[in-house]
Structure formats: C-alpha cells, structure tokens
Design a binder for this molecule. Sequence first.
Ligand code: ATP
Length: 306
Amino acid sequence: MTAVTVRAPAKINLHLGVGAPGADGFHPLTTVYQAIGLCDDVTAGPSLDWDLAVTVPAWMDAAGIPLLGENIVDRAAALLAAHHDLAMTGEVVITKAIPVAGGLAGGSADAAAALVALDRLWAAATSDDDLLALAALLGSDVPFALVGGTALGTGRGEVVTPIDDRGTWWWVLVPSDEGLSTPKVYRHFDKLFPDAPATPPPADALLDAVASEDPLRLAELLHNDLQLPAIDLRPDLGRLIDRGQNEGALRGIVSGSGPTCVFLCESADHARDLAGALGHHADGREHPAVLVANGPVAGAHLVEYV
Ligand code: ATP
C-alpha cells in the first residue's frame, strides 16, 4: 500500500443545550449534530518514522494549526498505537478545508479521520466500539465525526445516537477572520447563566422538525445556548446574523461556540444567492471565505486506497 486517504466532515449543532459544569469542570450537553459537506482529508502512507504536514486552502491562515507533536492527529496516532502496542509510524498529510477554531470541530474531524486512516495503514482492525472509545478520549466531538449524519449527542457530546434524517438541508457558512476560544465562550456562559440546569432539557421539538424535512420548521427551532455568550464577546457575530436574515436566510445561528455563523436556506439555489450577498462585510471588506454546504453527510470514510 502507498497511501490511504480518509475524509471527515465538519459539524454544526442544530441544537446545543448546555448545563451547569459538573465537579469535573465539564459542561453536560444535549446537542443535535449534523455533519455537513465541508471536509478535511487525512492521508497516511507508510514510513519508518512519524511525520505530519498540513496543507490549507489559499483563504485559510495556517498559523493557528499546531504542527508536528502538538496536533490532535499526533494524539490520535499515539492513542491508537498504544491501544495495539504498535510503533507510531507514518507519513501523514492533513488537507484542511474546515476553518480552524471556528466552532465546526475541524480538529475533531482530523482526529477521527486519522484514527480510521491509521487503523488501515497499520492493518490494526480496530473494532467500531474501540474506535468510538478512543475517539471520546480525544475530544467530545470526535465520536460524532466518526459516525456522521445527524445525531443526538449527550454526556459531554461524546455519547452519540444517530437520528433518522431524510432531509437535505442547505447551509451558508461564514467563517470569521479571527478564531474564538471554546473555553472562553464556556466561561462566559457560566458567568451569564449561573443557574443553568444540571442536565439540559431534551431537544424533542428540534428532532420533530428534523423529521418534518421542512426547512421553515427547522429554522424556527434551531437553538444554541452558547450564542448569547459568543455574541456578547463578539458583537460583530450578532450583526452578521441580522444581515444574513435580512438578506433572506431562513435563520442564522452561531455554530457551536463560534465564531462561524451558519445560515439555513430553502434550497441549493437559495444558498448560492445568499452566499453571493454575504461575500463582503457590511463595511465592504471581503470575508476570508463564504461557503455553501449541505447535510447530512457521512462520517469519517475512506476515499482512496492506493
Ligand atoms: P472545538 O472542537 O474546541 O470546539 P473548534 O471546532 O472551534 O474547536 P478546531 O478547528 O477543532 O476548532 O480547533 C480548536 C483548536 O485545536 C485550534 O485552536 C488548534 O490549536 C487545535 N488543533 C489541534 N489540531 C488541529 C487540527 N488538526 N486542525 C485544527 N486545529 C487543531
């Protein structure tokens, strides 16, 4: 074998309910994830050593991506190697398309893709259950990046239950020029909501809206408990959401902990029109990128094996 390439999707949260932090400091979540067609690829080839490189599209600033030794892909590789008592070897390239520190779980996608790619490269034949358990050790969003589709996430988000979603939902994504730290947004949530419940309530109404396949209904029920703290820290996000909605989006929300804002549209054409209208900031500066993606799509999967 010369190389194996695995593709893993970004996620958005159709619902993100956040509870008060537990004794371990983690926030309990009730979330509904959707995997969308904006994906990173991880390619792994044989080598006697371990090497990791990252390539980014022209619009993306690579500065925020930790390199060899610090990347989440290094952690994924170390964990899988230790699980099987194997040497950690391979020549790995991450091809990014998912904005970094954007609330789209791009790092988690890379970790999930790396687990699947290295499992193949090393012929380790890890069971699905073990892969999911290793994924949960790497981060709360990593199990979902393996599973994909649309799914309910509980616990810290790592307990993933797939949901039957027969819709095709069209999204416009507007990444920000500047990242927003996830821990900072959670700290601000704690300050704004000191009385958050120990367990966030279920997302049943949202799940009904997903089942309806009706974007107008889904638009009404999209919900993110981190939106208020994110906008409080970054008022420009609130202005962007208002602009998108004024330009005809069915609804705009902050994705996860932000700062990417996502806009639900009625159709592919509607999404392309909206993306055209949102190409620039209100003051005329260009956004680094405005992306159109649909969901749900598959979780981490093999796209090339040569
Ligand atoms: P979170 O999953 O924490 O909500 P996010 O979706 O906002 O994060 P990510 O793109 O996953 O954003 O990046 C979060 C941080 O993870 C980055 O700031 C970066 O320092 C670190 N990181 C480690 N490995 C990677 C990777 N392969 N790609 C992107 N970021 C990485």
